[in-house]
Design a protein around this ligand. Structure first.
Ligand code: PXL
Length: 277
């Protein structure tokens, strides 16, 4: 069985970060270690959330794991809360990167043209530096624009999307993927580029007319799971995109006022069936 480690916060209620990564990756038949970077009562879209920083735990955890000689087939980072955490995670990569494993960065910090509470442009540029160490990065368009100092245009055409991809590739990651974008008008999906060869891979599907928090974390977690189960990146991303759409559809069907996250649990059987085929 493959083993990964994911480094992100625990939002105790909120269906995001570790509370989706752990169940999804485990259900896919992949061992999932965690480094919790902070504990929040909820994610930051609620008002009045509590926040306990766990930065000082990260290096002791890493040191113990080195003594135990733990190896990870993937290191997957999501929401990180500070410059200091980015610096320490960069060091974590140096300790645990091998010739055989991958670094997967979801630079969670913004959406719909805006940074999440607590982040600024300087943080985005620091995250961009961290991305130079990645094998795969999966920003949405807002995150990509903040990291590359580009103009945000969600209706941008193929030339615009390719230009953003090129700028992302210049950050240094081996494969760069823009999520929530499509070359086809009226569709969404992902568009990716192999930084070395410049080759493009893409997948589009109908837009589901609803916005929920945490869908990016669902998508990234399923992608990491599928990569660990041997799928090539473009197939893994496609499986994750279909799963995310299914999660949104289940949530809409359930009809309750569940704005804070998707009912990813109900679509897990579909994902597990697909990955075991
Ligand atoms: O889903 C991304 C995410 C993760 N963690 C925290 C967040 C968010 C998005 O708002 O606030 C704490």
């Amino acid at each position: 069985m493959k083993r990964i480690v994911t480094i992100q916060d625990i939002s105790c209620v909120g269906k995001c970060s570790i509370t989706v990564a752990l169940p999804i990756i485990s259900a896919m038949g992949v061992e999932c270690g965690i480094v919790p970077t902070a504990v929040l009562s909820t994610h930051t879209m609620f008002s009045g959330f509590t926040f306990k920083d766990l930065t000082e735990e990260i290096i002791p955890i890493a040191e113990h794991w080195e003594k135990e000689n733990f190896k990870f087939d993937a290191i997957y980072t999501g929401y990180l809360g500070s410059f200091e955490q980015i610096r320490i995670i960069s060091e974590f990569f140096d300790r645990f990167k091998t010739d055989d494993n991958i670094i997967f960065i979801d630079p969670v910090m913004a959406d719909n043209g805006k940074l999440y509470p607590g982040f600024d442009k300087a943080f985005a540029l620091e995250m961009a530096k961290l991305c130079s160490k990645a094998d795969v990065i999966v920003p949405n368009l807002t995150e990509a624009c903040f990291m590359t100092n580009s103009k945000y245009n969600p209706d941008g055409d193929e030339a615009y999307i390719k230009d953003i991809l090129k700028k992302l590739a210049e950050l240094g990651a081996k494969k760069v993927v823009l999520t929530g974008m499509s070359f086809e008008k009226g569709k969404t999906g992902f568009v990716g580029m192999d930084s070395e060869s410049g080759s493009i891979f893409t997948y589009s599907h109908d837009i589901v007319n609803a916005i929920y928090h945490g869908t990016g974390d669902v998508f990234s977690s399923a992608t990491v799971g599928a990569l660990m189960r041997g799928r090539p990146l473009s197939d893994a991303l496609r499986i994750a995109a279909d799963y995310t759409v299914e999660c949104i559809k289940k949530t809409i069907k359930n009809g309750k006022l569940n704005w804070y996250g998707v009912d990813f649990e109900e679509a897990l059987p579909m994902l597990v069936n697909k990955i075991n085929k």
